[in-house]
Design a protein around this ligand. Structure first.
Ligand code: AMP
Ligand code: MN
Ligand code: MN
Ligand code: MN
Length: 278
C-alpha cells in the first residue's frame, strides 16, 4: 500500500523546469512513495527517472500526458500510467503528436507578432531546447522574460488561452488513438484534471461516456488543478462511472505550480485508487 502517491508531473523533457533526476529527488524529499513522470506527449525522460527512482528506493511507474482534440476545438489531456514505454505503436503515435508542435509554434509566433510580441518562436525555442517539445508554457516564459507580464499565469490569461491573440487551434491525437496506444502498451488511461476544461456539464458527461466506452479506466480526483468542491464533484463522477481514482499534483517546477510534488490531500477512502493493483 502507498501513503503518498503522485501520478502526474513534468520534467524538462516537456514543459517542466527540473530534470527527471531532480524531480525524483524532490519527490523523495516531499515523502512521495509512488511517482509517475507524465511529460506532454513524450516518454524520453522515463529511463532517467527509472534509474533515479531505483537509486532512491522509490516506487516509480511510467507515465505520459497525451494531448487530445475533443469536440468543438477543445483540448483534453489523457494520462497513461504503468505501461511498456518501448511499445513501437505508442512510441510512433506520440512522435506524430509531438511532430505538430513546431509548425504550431511558428503559427503562434506570427499571431503574437501581430500584437507586438516579436521573436516569440526563437524565444520559446530557447526555453524548450527542442522544436518538437515547444509548448505554450515556453512561450509564456519568453513573454515574462520580455517584461510583458509578471508571471506565466498572466500570459495565459492575456495571450495564450483559447480565444486570446496567440492561441491557434491544433489537431492533437484523437481520443480513441490515445486510449488505443495506452491500452496496447498495457497501461491504464486516466482523464487529467477534468475540471480544467471549459466544457458544459453536458459536454463533460459526453467525455466521460466516450472515455469509458473506449476502455478508459481512471480519473484524477485529487489534482493540483482542483479545489475542494471540484474534488467532491469528480469523486461523485468516479463513483457513478466506476472509475479508478488518481492523485496528481501536475507539478511543473518551483514557482510555476499551484501544488508541490506530494503535497496533496488523500483520496476519499471509499474510492478505488488507480494504484490498487500495483
Ligand atoms: P500546450 O500543450 O502547448 O498547449 O501547453 C499546455 C500547457 O500550458 C499545460 O500543460 C500547462 O502547463 C500550461 N497551461 C495551460 N493553461 C495554463 C494557465 N492558465 N496558466 C498556466 N499554465 C497553463
Ligand atoms: Mn504543462
Ligand atoms: Mn494537462
Ligand atoms: Mn500536466
Amino acid at each position: 500500500m502507498f501513503n503518498n502517491p503522485d501520478l502526474h508531473c513534468h520534467s524538462i523533457v516537456s514543459d517542466g523546469l527540473l530534470s527527471p533526476t531532480a524531480l525524483v529527488a524532490r519527490a523523495l524529499t516531499n515523502g512521495v512513495d509512488l511517482l509517475a513522470l507524465t511529460d506532454h506527449d513524450e516518454i524520453g525522460g522515463l529511463d532517467e527517472a527509472i534509474v533515479a527512482a531505483k537509486d532512491a528506493g522509490m516506487r516509480f511507474v511510467t507515465g505520459v500526458e497525451i494531448s487530445v482534440s475533443w469536440g468543438d476545438d477543445q483540448t483534453v489531456h489523457i494520462v497513461g500510467l504503468n505501461f511498456d514505454h518501448r511499445l513501437p505503436e505508442l512510441v510512433a503515435g506520440l512522435a506524430r503528436v509531438r511532430g505538430g508542435r513546431d509548425a504550431r509554434a511558428g503559427r503562434m509566433a506570427v499571431e503574437l507578432a501581430k500584437v507586438g510580441i516579436d521573436g516569440a518562436y526563437e524565444g520559446a525555442l530557447k526555453y524548450a531546447g527542442n522544436p518538437a517539445l515547444i509548448s505554450r508554457s515556453h512561450f509564456a516564459r519568453y513573454i515574462v522574460e520580455r517584461g510583458f507580464a509578471p508571471d506565466v499565469k498572466t500570459v495565459f490569461d492575456h495571450w495564450l488561452a483559447k480565444g486570446k491573440p496567440g492561441y491557434v487551434s491544433h489537431p492533437w491525437a484523437e481520443l480513441h488513438e490515445a486510449l488505443g496506444w495506452i491500452k496496447a502498451a498495457g497501461g491504464i488511461a486516466v482523464i487529467a484534471h477534468p475540471c480544467r476544461y471549459r466544457l458544459t456539464a453536458t459536454e463533460r458527461r459526453e467525455l466521460y461516456v466516450a472515455f469509458k466506452a473506449l476502455g478508459g479506466q481512471g480519473i484524477e480526483v485529487v489534482s493540483g488543478s482542483h479545489n475542494e468542491a471540484e474534488q467532491r464533484e469528480i469523486a461523485s463522477v468516479a463513483r457513478e462511472f466506476g472509475f479508478l481514482a488518481s492523485r496528481a499534483s501536475d507539478f511543473h517546477g518551483p514557482g510555476e505550480s499551484y501544488i508541490d510534488l506530494g503535497k496533496l490531500v488523500p483520496l476519499p477512502p471509499d474510492l478505488t485508487p488507480v494504484w490498487a493493483g500495483w
